[in-house]
Design a protein around this ligand. Structure first.
Ligand code: HEM
Length: 457
């Protein structure tokens, strides 16, 4: 008799059975775009419609995704709606730069993300995680794992970016980061309607002052470090800031671009990983039968391998749980492009100016691509199964020339964090743990992730 427990089905909006009216749509976009998608979005290889903002193609088919993001990537630019949200914050940072600026910046930044440098960040990641978990020692109450993971990944990022050498009063930088992304990083319904720029976006107005202050701290921090690089080059920390400043020059990055990229790393590089960590811990708490083999794996590896950069390869079960959480709750739920010229894929015509949405959210939950798509089943990603997943049906980090430059950084960081957290503590849900996935800048758990933390015996 099969006694394996039924897999855990974590919370998610049910596909809509009827399309929303225009008014409902605006309301849903404002509240939670994940609630927009109907049955066809989870069943069809692609959907081509005339949306209120012009022609729209939802691309779910791995072949079509490859066509748009890789094979004919030159024909697709960043979608105007995404740029309107992100460009005022990130300007010419890598995520929002286009054309020649993007090409030059990506080339100049590639050396910063080589395995050698990522491995170099292993110890700072471990150090910050060990400091962070101290706060759970003796903890008997409930903590909000969603908030705590954002704190942890922010602290790791601040360490790997600046080694703690940030201008201004301590703590203020972190507070500004929170505020900035809360107020600026929202999809405004006016953007979706392609309303003209002079119409003020209520969702963003409040962030402007914060942004000016935030940019000043980044700029002062750069100046401080440049002086150190000049006067004490031998003792300067080998962090992102030093690596980026070394990439400054006529063929590399301009000073303003370095500033934009620091802000981009902060924007793209901590909340994303934090969300995935939070959802992983939550799913493992609910699917508690998945937890024992992962804990055993972590305990065995930590007992024999002190080098944290080796853990990612040494912990396939832990990695699989994280990858499964990235499937169910992709931190970047939508990758948006716009067709520069009319294009064709099989019998699909993609007209010039069409929005093309490659949505990890629907692709990862697609009925034709996955068995039990809504269920949390880490075994899909165990060695032997992992290889059967098409490269273009699993896209937490995107694909093609604009694939996430921080993917290896994030994977290494996540496994170090999970290894330390799960080796020492058990995380259990409580009556109030009722997260609901909401698409803001990332896929957030509305209601947070209140959980009980206890020391493992
Ligand atoms: C779990 C964590 C992460 C996820 C799920 C994620 C996801 C993504 C995705 C889907 C894209 C492609 C966007 C597109 O094609 O439109 C992207 C791009 C990018 N990511 Fe990440 N990311 C993560 C962590 C990081 C980290 C840690 C950093 C930096 C330290 C980072 C920096 C960037 C940058 C700079 C780009 C733009 C690359 C380009 O356009 O050339 N990300 N990320």
């Amino acid at each position: 008799m099969d006694t394996a427990p039924a897999p855990f089905i974590p919370p998610a909006p049910k596909p809509r059975s009827t399309p929303p009216s225009t008014l409902q749509m605006i309301r849903i976009v404002y509240r939670n775009p994940l609630e927009l998608w109907g049955e066809p979005s989870y069943n069809q290889p692609w959907i081509s419609v005339s949306g209120i903002g012009g022609p729209l193609v939802i691309a779910n088919d791995p072949g079509l995704i490859r066509h748009v993001l890789v094979d004919n990537a030159r024909n697709y630019k960043m979608a105007a709606v995404r740029q309107k949200i992100l460009r005022p914050i990130l300007r010419d940072g890598l995520l929002t730069a286009e054309g020649e600026v993007w090409r030059r910046s990506r080339k100049a930044m590639a050396p910063v993300f080589t395995p050698r440098h990522i491995f170099g960040f292993g110890q700072p990641m471990l150090k910050r995680t060990l400091e962070f978990v101290e706060r759970y020692e003796g903890e008997t109450g409930t903590v909000d794992i969603a908030r705590d993971m954002t704190t942890l990944t922010y602290e790791i990022l601040a360490e790997t970016l600046f080694s703690g050498e940030i201008a201004g009063e301590p703590g203020s930088f972190g507070r500004q980061v929170d505020h900035l992304f809360e107020t600026m990083g929202r999809v405004d319904p006016l953007d979706l309607l392609r309303a003209p720029d002079w119409l003020p976006r209520i969702t963003r107005i409040r962030g402007r002052k914060t942004m000016a202050y935030f940019r000043k701290i980044v700029s002062d921090t750069m100046t401080m470090r440049k002086e150190r690089l000049e006067h004490e080059p031998d003792t300067v920390p080998q962090d992102f800031l030093t690596l980026l400043l070394r990439a400054e020059g006529p063929d590399g990055l301009a000073r303003a671009e370095i500033e934009d990229n620091i802000i981009t790393f902060i924007g793209a590089g901590h909340e994303t990983t934090a969300r995935a960590l939070g959802w992983t811990i939550y799913c493992l708490a609910e699917a508690s039968w998945e937890r024992a083999p992962i804990e055993a794996e972590i305990d065995a590896v930590l007992a024999r391998e002190p080098d944290p950069t080796k853990w990612l390869d040494a912990m396939p079960l832990t990695r699989a749980a994280f990858e499964e959480a990235l499937r169910l709750y992709p931190p970047a739920p939508s990758i948006n492009r716009e067709a520069i010229e009319t294009d064709r894929y099989q019998d699909l015509e993609i007209r010039k100016g069409s929005q093309v949405l490659v949505m990890p959210w629907t692709v990862h939950r697609h009925r034709k691509l996955w068995d039990q798509p809504e269920a949390f089943i880490p075994a899909r990603f165990h060695p032997g199964n992992r290889e059967k997943i098409d490269r273009y049906q699993y896209l937490p980090f995107g694909a093609g020339p604009r694939v996430c430059i921080g993917a290896s950084f994030a994977m290494q960081e996540a496994i170090i964090a999970l290894a330390i957290l799960l080796s020492r503590f058990r995380f259990d849900t409580v009556a109030e743990t009722k997260p609901w996935p909401v698409q803001k800048l990332t896929t957030q758990p509305q209601g947070g992730l209140p959980m009980r933390v206890t020391r493992r015996g």
